[in-house]
Each structure stands twice: as structure tokens, then as C-alpha cells.
Design a protein around this ligand. Structure first.
Ligand code: GUN
Length: 280
């Protein structure tokens, strides 16, 4: 039976450390750290995530401002709000919650956020720095995965890492972080042939494909570390992209859903907001 990676405990430890660091920063500089979160539309999961972000901000001592815009918001209204936040001196970090309603041009809105207020690591400049191995703000979920591995003293050097999923938010930045940590990385996606065979070569298997219980025990090598980024709602229950019950019998370490990667994403957002706020 695998060690169950406790993302809740690790995220709490990170938030507790941040709470101290932020209090110290505020006392020594007299400056505030703040996060503006923009939610457009009615996506139920996004509503929950945005509320959780405000709660985490309060916990660590970041001032949060939440802007909730209706589903029918126009491109111009969305751009006007984001532009006003960019120009607002009291706002040190900006996050626009994805996905947007379909009629909006996501890239045009994201492009308005300058690198120094980009707490998601989505800006061209921050992605460029990540690829070059320079210090920067990194997309919260893959950043959280790296912190989990670090916390459990897992050395990636020379390991075969397989990432399933190639999204801009998870798969691509995850790949860069793993390369920077000296792993040998293979990326699989929906067009990959012999995906199961490749997955079986993984010492570390990171799954972010958004399909419930996609990874089954036959796709996992004995003793592999399995990181499940998926959050899927099936019959009112949250399940990951990995079939936990069978895969946990083969893996050496595995993240549960919920309570694995999920809580880490918010902790890393708090960390990114602190970095963006202090390195102005
Ligand atoms: N929606 C799902 N994950 C994320 C994320 O990391 N950042 C933003 N802005 N939206 C998301």
C-alpha cells in the first residue's frame, strides 16, 4: 500500500509560514499585499474556487478584492475592469478565474495583466523565464506538485517523469519544472499512441487530463509515484484522473482526490501573490 500524500497538511504548513512572512513584511515596510480576483459568469466550480481563494487570503494576511461579473459581461466590460485593476496602485496581484464564458476572448483579457501583477504565471514573460530556468511566478498547480514532491523528499534527478496532459495551466509548465529539476520527461496527450506503455515507464506519473479514473493499475509501474491533478465530479462525488483504489496498491506514493494536489494550488497562489507583491 502506497504512502498517501497529504496535500492538506503540506498546504497548511506553507500557509502558516507565509502568514509569518507576510506579517513581517507588512510590519517592516508598512506596505500591503493584495489580490484582486475576477470571476465572470456562473460556473459552479469557479464560484467555489473563488470563495476558497478569499478565505485563504484572509488566513495568510493578504487583502483580497473579489469582482463577480455576470455571464452576459461584454468583452469591453471585462477588459475595462482588468485594465482598471492593472492601473490601481493598491492592487499588487490579479487573477482572472478560468474558464471564461465562451463569448469572451480569454487571451486578450489575460494579455492585459502585466508580469509583475501576474500571480498565475500565465504571462509570456513569466512563461519565458520558467522555460529558461529563471526564478519567476509559476502556474499554481504544477508549482504545488513540485512542493509536494519536495516535502516528501523525492529527488527527481535522473528519474523518468511522464506527464499526461498538455494544457497551458498544468501540463506544459509541469514539464518545464520537471526538466529544470533534472528529470527525463515524456509528455502524453489525447493524440498519443501507446499511452499506457509510456505511462508504465514512469518513476513519477503526473496525470492532468480531466477524465475520471483514466489511469488504471495496468498503466502504472510497481513503486511509481503517482500525482493526480484531476478533479472530476461523478454522481455528486469528486474523483481524480487516477483509479485510486487499484493504483494505490501498486504505487509507492500517491495523492488522493480530494486532499492531494487541490489544497496545494491555493497555497501556491498565496505564495505567488506574496512574491508578486514584494518584488515590485
Ligand atoms: N482555473 C482552473 N485553474 C486555474 C488557475 O490555476 N488559474 C486561473 N486563473 N484559473 C484557473
Amino acid at each position: 500500500m502506497a504512502t498517501i500524500i497529504d496535500g492538506k497538511a503540506v498546504s497548511l504548513a506553507i500557509k502558516d509560514q507565509l502568514k509569518k512572512d507576510i506579517a513581517e513584511y507588512k510590519t517592516s515596510t508598512g506596505k500591503d499585499i493584495s489580490l484582486a480576483v475576477v470571476l465572470i459568469g456562473d460556473d459552479p466550480a469557479s464560484k467555489v474556487y473563488v470563495n476558497n481563494k478569499a478565505t485563504a487570503c484572509e488566513y495568510v494576511g493578504i487583502t483580497s478584492y473579489t469582482y463577480r461579473l455576470p455571464q452576459e459581461t461584454t468583452q469591453e466590460q471585462a477588459e475595462d475592469l482588468v485594465s482598471s485593476l492593472v492601473n490601481d496602485e493598491k492592487i499588487t496581484g490579479i487573477l482572472v478565474q478560468l474558464p471564461f464564458p465562451k463569448h469572451l476572448d480569454e487571451n486578450k483579457i489575460l494579455k492585459l495583466i502585466p508580469a509583475n501583477k501576474d500571480v498565475d504565471g500565465f504571462s509570456d514573460e513569466n512563461i519565458g523565464k520558467l522555460l529558461q530556468g529563471k526564478k519567476t511566478v509559476v502556474s499554481c498547480t504544477p508549482f504545488g506538485v513540485m512542493e509536494l514532491l519536495k516535502h516528501y523528499n523525492y529527488d527527481l534527478t535522473g528519474k523518468n517523469a511522464v506527464v499526461i496532459g498538455r494544457s497551458n495551466i498544468v501540463g506544459k509548465p509541469m514539464t518545464a519544472l520537471l526538466i529544470n529539476a533534472n528529470a527525463t520527461v515524456t509528455v502524453c496527450h489525447s493524440k498519443t499512441k501507446n499511452l499506457a506503455e509510456i505511462a508504465r515507464t514512469a518513476d513519477v506519473l503526473i496525470v492532468a487530463i480531466g477524465r475520471p479514473k483514466f489511469v488504471t493499475e495496468d498503466m502504472v509501474k510497481d513503486g511509481a509515484v503517482v500525482i493526480d491533478v484531476g478533479i472530476n465530479r461523478v454522481d455528486g462525488k469528486l474523483v481524480g484522473d487516477v483509479d485510486f483504489d487499484t493504483v494505490s496498491k501498486k504505487a509507492s506514493m500517491i495523492t488522493p482526490v480530494p486532499g492531494g494536489v487541490g489544497p496545494m494550488t491555493i497555497a501556491m497562489l498565496m505564495k505567488n501573490t506574496f512574491i508578486a507583491g514584494t518584488e515590485r
